[in-house]
Every structure is written in C-alpha cells, then in structure tokens.
Design a protein around this ligand. Structure first.
Ligand SMILES: Nc1ncnc2c1ncn2[C@@H]1O[C@H](COP(=O)(O)OP(=O)(O)OP(=O)(O)O)[C@@H](O)[C@H]1O
Ligand SMILES: [Mg+2]
Length: 266
C-alpha cells in the first residue's frame, strides 16, 4: 500500500485508528465498518470511493461526530471527536433538503455564521456573506429563495454555507451526484480551487472513480460487507487540473484502470 502523501502539509489533521461500527441489535447486529485506519493530512484533498452500501455515508457521519464508533478512535488535530463541531462542515448530497426554504440565499449562507460558537461579530457577517456569494457566483441571486434556483446553484449555496462556518475540515457526501455533467465539472473546479486557496482539509465521497482521481490528492477505495479499506492510491497529477487535458493524461488513465480493477474486485 502506498503511504506517501502529496498535497498536504505533512501533519495529520484527521486520524482514524481501528474504527469499527455495527448497526442493529442481537441476532440482527451487523458490522458496517470494520477496523478502519487512515490519516488525512492538513490541506490534503482525500477522496473515498466504494460500492453502494459499503458505509461511505456512515463513515462521514462518524467523522462529523454525528455517530460514535463502537471501537477505535477518531481524532481531529489530535483531539478526540466527541460530537459535531463548527470545525467540521458537512455538504450533503441532497441539497434540496439541506437548505431552509423560507430563507433567502443570503440567509441560508448566513446560517453558517450563526449559532453557538459563531466567531464573527454581527457587523462583519453581512460582509462575509457577500464575499462568499461573490466567490460562489451567487451575488445576483442573494435575495432569491432556494426553490427559485437550479440544482447547481442550490448546491453552491450549500457549499457557501459550509465555508461560512470556516471549518478546518470539509466533509462532502457525493455532493455533485445529482447534477448534470457540465455543472458538475464547473463545481468540481470551483471546489478544487477553493480548497487549495483556503487550505482546507477535504474528505470527499463519490461513486465516480474519475471524479475521485480528478479531485483527489489521494483516493481510498472501500470494499463492502463490512466496509473496510481495499486500497489506497496517490494521485500524482499536478494542479491546477483541467477537465480535458487531465482526463486524457496517461497518469489519469493508468489510475482509472487500476481503480476500476480494484472496485470490480480483481
Ligand atoms: N441508522 C442505521 N441503522 C441501521 N443500518 C444503517 C443505518 N445507516 C446505514 N445503515 C446501513 O449501513 C450500510 C451502509 O450505509 P451507508 O449509507 O453508509 O452506505 P453508502 O456507502 O453511503 O451507500 P450509498 O453509496 O448508496 O450512499 C447499509 O447497509 C445501510 O443499510
Ligand atoms: Mg451514501
């Protein structure tokens, strides 16, 4: 297994060791994740791929602190994860349910600046929201409501809201799965750029091998029943990447070949 890391800073932002989780009671109890151990470096963009039902969303919920493991430990910046934190923002696949329909676009983004632990004084919040809307090309729809937006725009609102939280760790669960190919590609590029500019540590889940290679500094492949690490590959393709050139690069094609074989189980 390849252990070298690129793209990060060399220090672990996230460490999982021996993490296992089972669901159900008594005879119905079933191992969902088994003995997962890996590190994510500060500033690294890690992609996780695996078959449906292998436990990807469950793993993300563990990282977010929404679920506790039965065994093993999860540490962020060397402190144990004991519950949700503003430092770890989740972007859900289903953007239509992730936004508050009665709040405007600006109001939804401002949610990331509200609540317990909010760091920014009130007067600066409006400015921060305006900056994020600008970054995500949403300024022109600031006063619109989510139902008035396209899917790609709604997903950008969700990402802007997560960035408003100023998280150290960005957790994304198949965020572009429901979008058409062109919108998906432009959001991939925006996310990749933002993650590097803002120095975010990213854990990105996808079904799509090509998306994982295109975005990742590293790709971890999960196997199912129970969910466990099947393989890990380093993506040594320089950034910024380009939708056409990168996908035609011999290194990209070789990784695609390798990962396809791993996912298919041979
Ligand atoms: N709260 C729960 N209680 C019982 N079983 C659960 C619960 N949440 C998930 N599971 C089971 O855990 C397994 C992993 O689910 P999970 O949603 O993590 O998979 P996934 O890899 O994200 O799948 P997909 O690619 O389809 O989104 C599935 O078999 C699912 O039925
Ligand atoms: Mg899932």
């Amino acid at each position: 297994m390849i252990q070298a890391h690129t793209g990060g800073t060399g220090s672990a932002a996230l460490t999982l060791s021996g993490v296992s989780l089972a669901y159900g009671e008594g005879a119905r109890r079933r191992a969902i994740l088994h003995d997962l151990s890996f590190d994510v470096e500060a500033g690294e963009f890690l992609c996780l791929v695996g078959p449906s039902g292998c436990g990807k969303t469950t793993l993300l919920r563990l990282l977010a602190g929404l679920v506790r493991p039965d065994a093993g430990s999860i540490r962020v910046d060397d402190a144990p994860v004991e519950g949700p934190s503003r430092d770890r923002a989740i972007v859900f696949q289903d953007y239509s349910r992730a936004l508050l329909p009665w709040r405007t676009v600006a109001g939804n983004v401002a949610l990331g600046l509200e609540g317990p632990g909010a760091r920014l004084p009130g007067a600066l919040r409006e400015q921060r929201v305006a900056e994020l809307l600008e970054t995500m090309s949403l300024s022109h729809v600031a006063r619109h409501y989510p139902a008035q937006l396209s899917g790609g725009m709604q997903q950008r609102v969700q990402i802007a809201r997560c960035l408003a939280q100023s998280p150290r760790l960005l957790l994304l669960d198949e965020p572009f799965g429901a979008l058409d190919a062109l919108v998906r590609q432009s959001l991939q590029d925006e996310l990749a750029r933002l993650a590097k500019v803002e120095g975010k540590t990213v854990v990105f889940i996808t079904h799509d091998l090509e998306e994982a290679i295109y975005l990742g500094d590293r790709v971890i492949v999960l196997a199912a029943n129970p969910g466990r690490i099947a393989a890990e590959v380093q993506v040594d393709i320089p950034r910024p990447r380009h939708q056409l050139e990168t996908r035609e690069d011999a290194r990209f094609l070789a990784l695609r070949h390798q990962l396809f074989g791993l996912l298919a189980g041979h």
